[in-house]
Ligand binder design. Structure first.
Ligand SMILES: C=C(O[C@H]1C=CC=C(C(=O)O)[C@@H]1O)C(=O)O
Length: 424
């Protein structure tokens, strides 16, 4: 299904706003918030100039063609000429496009900041209500601080005990030689007394996880530490994560955990699968690809991860960013290895519809620059506008020596990222 709003020539006008410091996320309205922000820079958007919902194996390719046609019919005024200025498409793709629906939105208004420069882009019919005069106002501060009251949690598709059994079954299948790694996930349901304001969640996540990418697309909100792929001109970059260690409040205990984690053979094995899958899929499109020999440790408030930053130069005839995302997804950070066997096992035993969790989420502009992360550490607001319900997700890489109880504890530590942001 696809809808292309507006039949008249579109006017896409980017206006420089100079050096502003105010928080981009505070500009968002409560309805239809779109965001991709890290360290105070990035893009926020609202309103819909066009929207595409698509499912099936060629969803990302369809979205790429659709946005190219949309841009070709637009009259663009863009004196800023930075990645993210001019026409922008936000997207949140299903983890498994054969089972889920991917959502793409061209916002009516985008507020962007990069390298200290701020701009606003408005899209609409010439002289229409969403035209270049659109006011960018700040919402009242209390909107982000409004209490949501008590939170109550319930099992998602699979309860915790059953999920441990699912992990044990996966370990047996790995031991039988069917595959090397599979990522298994679970969800929990949360209901609040009062409506969940997406801006409240986004502001709290961005403040607590400044090294992560805080995102919102069509009711899926989170702060992901994992960059699937970015493209800036001919340069592609990725931050591959896999392998997770716990944190302790006491500094001495935390140092002990950090040392054990850095030397953990199990976590290094999990990481190797993920980095190999990304590098193998990306290399054919690149003239060169720098892949670190050893991962580094990324420390977050709730967990620590093994991380590898990959960088390459695209071949001149390379495809667009959405096609590249399609080529690399799912890496073994969210699927497994080999990919086909892992996806088949996830469909067979996970017992949950992932929807857009663990799928690519981010943005692409009319030049083909953009950033897509993996939708991790996230909540899907399920109650509609003004709703007080959400689904939270977390998954873990399972290898031959995984212990189901330890993996359950790992999902709990990952879920804590959004839970802390929800709590008063
Ligand atoms: C699948 C998730 O995390 C991935 C990213 C980092 C570390 C992971 C791990 O150690 O299992 C996962 O591969 C999730 O957070 O839901």
């Amino acid at each position: 299904m696809s809808t292309l709003a507006g039949t008249t020539t579109r006017e896409v006008v980017t206006t420089p706003l100079g050096q502003r410091r105010s928080d981009l996320l505070t500009k968002l309205p409560a309805e239809g918030a779109l965001a991709w922000v890290r360290g105070g820079e990035g893009l926020v958007g609202w309103g819909e100039a066009a929207r595409l919902e698509v499912s099936g194996p060629d969803s990302l390719a369809q979205a790429e063609r659709w946005f190219a046609r949309w841009c070709a019919e637009a009259h663009v005024v863009d004196p800023v000429q930075l990645p993210g200025s001019g026409p922008v498409l936000f997207g949140s793709a299903a983890f498994d496009p054969e089972r889920g629906t991917s959502v793409f939105v061209v916002p009516a208004v985008v507020l962007g900041r990069r390298d200290g420069q701020t701009w606003v882009t408005t899209t609409g019919a010439p002289d229409g209500p969403d035209g270049a005069d659109h006011e960018v106002t700040e919402f009242p501060a209390q909107a982000a601080d409004t209490s949501i009251g008590r939170l109550s949690y319930a099992d998602g598709a699979v309860d915790a005990v059953t999920w441990c059994g699912v992990v044990a079954a996966a370990v047996e299948r790995i031991a039988a030689g069917e595959l090397g790694k599979v990522v298994l996930a679970r969800d929990v349901l949360v209901t609040a007394d009062h409506p969940l304001d997406p801006r409240r969640l986004l502001l709290r996540l961005a403040a607590r996880f400044p090294s992560c990418w805080t995102f919102a697309v069509d009711g899926l909100l989170g702060a992901t530490p994992e960059l699937l792929l970015s493209r800036t001109g001919g340069v592609v970059e990725s931050r591959v994560l896999a392998g997770t260690g716990s944190r302790a409040a006491d500094p001495a205990a935390d140092a002990v955990l950090a040392e054990a984690f850095a030397g953990s053979a199990k976590d290094h094995a999990e990481h190797r699968y993920a980095i190999d899958s990304l590098a193998d899929a990306l290399r054919p499109f690149c003239t060169d690809l720098e892949v670190p020999d050893e991962p580094s440790v990324l420390t977050l408030p709730n967990v620590r991860h093994l991380a590898s930053d990959v960088r390459g130069h695209l071949r001149a005839d390379g495809p667009g960013l959405l096609a590249l995302v399609d080529a690399v997804h799912p890496t073994a950070a969210v699927g497994g290895a080999p990919t086909g066997a892992a996806l088949a096992l996830i469909r067979e035993i996970e017992g949950m519809d992932r929807g857009r969790y663990a799928g690519p989420v981010g943005w692409v502009d009319g030049r083909g620059d953009g950033e897509f992360g993996l939708a991790l550490r996230c909540a899907e607001l399920t109650g509609g506008a003004g709703g007080a319900e959400a689904r939270l997700f977390a998954g873990c890489g399972i290898v031959g020596d995984s212990d189901p109880m330890a993996e359950l504890a790992e999902t709990q530590a990952k879920l804590a990222a959004v839970q802390a942001a929800l709590q008063d």
